[in-house]
Design a protein around this ligand. Sequence first.
Ligand code: SF4
Length: 262
Amino acid sequence: MPTDKTAPTEITGAKKSRAATLTRKTADRAPAKAVSAKARSKSSLKADLAPERIAAILKILAKAYPHAKCALQHHSAWELLVATILSAQCTDARVNIVTPSLFRKFPTPADFAAAALPEIEAEVRSTGFFRNKAKSISGAAKLLLSAFHGEVPRKMEDLLTLPGVARKTANVVLGVAYKEAVGVVVDTHVLRLSRRLGLTRNTAPEKVEQDLMKTIPQDHWIAFSHEMIHHGRENCIARKPRCADCPLEPLCNSPDKTWSTH
Ligand code: SF4
């Protein structure tokens, strides 16, 4: 989930076909309008953050992605923590390929703590930045054993003491494994969509999270992140968002829009 790489730009046959379908749909529905500066000028922070607009966005997202959940496979808070560390600059799909054999080889934090770094590195090499990731996982396992009775802590401040863990990873673990809405997961998708939807004007993930925590009701924080990540992967993609197929389009004034009804 987490900070995924932008999807490969290579156009596969399936993508070509989807693009062709979209082009047909777009042509059928209405001509594209220029949306850049004009659209942005319509947008004001106050209007963007109006409670009724936020409620409408949340309702549309919930309807569009009723089963949205964390895509990282895991069986415990520890496995989720490791998977989330590995997901930095890597796709969840790649992490899900790596983790089954990783957790077979090192079933517990104690096994990771006892392993030599090269052993862990060899297992996680294909996720990229493997030396740093192996070091973080090994360090986190050792700290769990020495300071937290071998358990992944349930408090944000404790999680942030673990190597390789910043707020995004901590929020994933707290929200998904412990169902604790302490913050909002801000990965590359949440950040991009939040800006496109006018929910923040910031670019630093920590500031975007603070903005979202002020705007989104706390009981939506966990689901909101999952839904935004799904929407970012499936629809509001980085390079050419599929605005003609987007249920949020009537509420979106992003200059990045590729199609607009308003
Ligand atoms: S209308 Fe386009 S830019 Fe706006 S949220 Fe939808 S896909 Fe993203």
